[in-house]
Design a protein around this ligand. Structure first.
Ligand SMILES: C[S@@+](CC[C@H](N)C(=O)[O-])C[C@H]1O[C@@H](n2cnc3c(N)ncnc32)[C@H](O)[C@@H]1O
Length: 236
């Protein structure tokens, strides 16, 4: 094959791959919206009960939440930040082991339900839930051993409040997250972040590396249409 033919084949394959990823993303968004609307709003995950509403990411049916929760690594004296807490599942899971957890969400409905779930799981002395955009509601000077993040990763326009759980157009949120996290992580701390094969994880990692984070893949779960990936990131 000549170099020109190789280039044409490469462009054809990567164009096809991008198209397939777009189709998978559209299917995932369709499925999540149906689950939000018609799925139960009281669910059990890993032996704990979570109340949600149609506007709060359901922690049961899309597997990302339980996959992350099953892979969280915290020590008993750790302070933990759960960024984008949704139902509160990661904060509550971490709160069973860590000394202190702060959870943040930009969706006021998620904050309301996460607070309810923290109370019903008797963790109000350990877990505090704050309302706001990324690190904005945190006091300067706070720093954490672990930051957990299960971000939105589909490309699409945010119209409703729930869309914050789905879309990160141009990975702008991810860029702001990795920049801000540098000010709130302890020197030997780490980020535990979930991402997906259908959302160009290589681009997400390029963003984090450019900002100064070093990544290791710690777990992967394959489904019929996508692979969920959990990365551990530390400052380079
Ligand atoms: C995919 S959901 C994950 C929810 C939960 N952590 C879980 O594992 O089930 C992403 C969450 O991030 C929140 N989020 C999106 N943008 C945010 C921002 N700028 N600041 C804080 N939270 C944000 C969304 O509202 C949503 O609850």
């Amino acid at each position: 094959m000549t170099t020109k033919q190789k280039l044409i084949t490469y462009r054809y394959n990567s164009g096809r791959e991008n198209m397939l990823k777009k189709i998978h993303q559209s299917l995932a968004v369709w499925l999540i919206r149906k689950v939000q609307k018609y799925g139960p709003h009281k669910v059990r995950v890993n032996g704990k009960t979570y109340l949600i509403s149609e506007d709060v990411f359901n922690p049961k049916y899309y597997c990302t939440s339980s996959f992350m929760a099953n892979n969280i690594k915290v020590n008993s004296d750790d302070t933990v930040l759960d960024m984008g807490t949704g139902s509160g599942i990661q904060a509550i899971t971490a709160g069973q082991h860590a000394s202190k957890v702060v959870a943040v969400d930009i969706n006021p409905e998620a904050v309301r339900f996460a607070r309810k779930n923290v109370r019903s799981n008797s963790l109000e002395k350990v877990v505090t839930v704050l309302d706001g955009d990324l690190f904005e509601p945190l006091d300067r000077g706070l720093n954490f051993n672990v930051i957990i993040f299960t971000p939105p990763y589909m490309s699409g326009e945010r119209i409703t409040v729930f869309d914050h759980a789905l879309f990160d157009p141009d990975k702008g949120l991810l860029r702001r997250f990795f920049t801000g996290a540098k000010d709130f992580i302890k020197t030997d701390g780490n980020i535990q972040m979930l991402y997906s094969s259908i959302a160009h994880p290589e681009e997400a990692l390029k963003i984090s590396r450019d900002i100064g984070w070093k990544d290791t893949l710690i777990s992967e779960e394959k489904t019929f249409s996508e692979s969920f990936l959990i990365y551990n990131l530390t400052l380079d």
